[in-house]
Design a protein around this ligand. Structure first.
Ligand code: COA
Length: 170
């Protein structure tokens, strides 16, 4: 069956419900890929989610297959005079049945374009072994600058985090 065209746009406060549903699906289906736990994000109120979506220059972009939200990626700007030239790529997720179509690439490209307007350095963390996310980010120019061992703990298992950054001024 022909799949609907995928469009990408920035989310606004009115998208909070769809954003919550996709974010929770991401945290359930890929718990080792994200620093937040399902329980933490499930406890966020609608108001907190709406605030997160309109906290410019921080932003969340989502991919839609027809009307359905099937992927997302976030940009968070750091605050304070010494760190506000830095931003963080977070929450990159694409529904399993939509993977391999270049949706994550388009989402991350969108975040990079957005970040260029606001910061000089874009950072990302990838759980060690997540070769598809790391491969994607490195193909877009992110460079590995370190690895934090035992960055995440889930029950009794520890996971290292590969630290990447993209110098937008280069
Ligand atoms: C990682 C993820 C977002 C990729 O989504 P996707 O839409 O399938 O990705 P794309 O189709 O855009 O592929 C992007 C790139 O990934 C890279 N890639 C994919 N599989 C790879 C692999 N096994 N090894 C190395 N690179 C790989 C390639 O560079 C590919 O580029 P291409 O366009 O030249 O093929 C998706 O698998 C996902 O949601 N995983 C669970 C959550 C997660 O891990 N999020 C990342 C948190 S840092």
């Amino acid at each position: 069956m022909r799949q609907p065209a995928v469009t990408i746009r920035q989310l606004g406060a009115e998208d909070a419900g769809g954003f919550r549903a996709l974010r929770l699906k991401a945290l359930v289906s890929a718990p080792t890929a994200f620093a937040s736990s399902y329980e933490e994000d499930a406890a966020l109120t609608d108001e907190m989610l709406r605030a997160r979506l309109v906290a410019a220059p921080s932003a969340v972009f989502a991919a839609f297959a027809g009307e359905e939200m099937v992927g997302m990626a976030g940009f968070a700007a750091l605050s304070g005079p010494k760190r506000r030239h830095r931003g963080l790529l977070w929450g990159v997720f694409v529904e399993a049945d939509q993977r391999g179509r270049g949706i994550a690439r388009r989402l991350v490209e969108q975040i990079v374009a957005h970040a260029r307007q606001h910061v000089l350095v874009l950072e990302a963390g990838v759980t060690s072994g997540n070769d598809s996310a790391r491969g994607l980010y490195e193909s877009l120019g992110f460079r590995h600058y370190g690895t934090l061992s035992k960055a995440l703990r889930i029950d009794d298992a520890f996971y290292d985090e590969v630290l990447l950054s993209l110098d937008l001024a280069e």
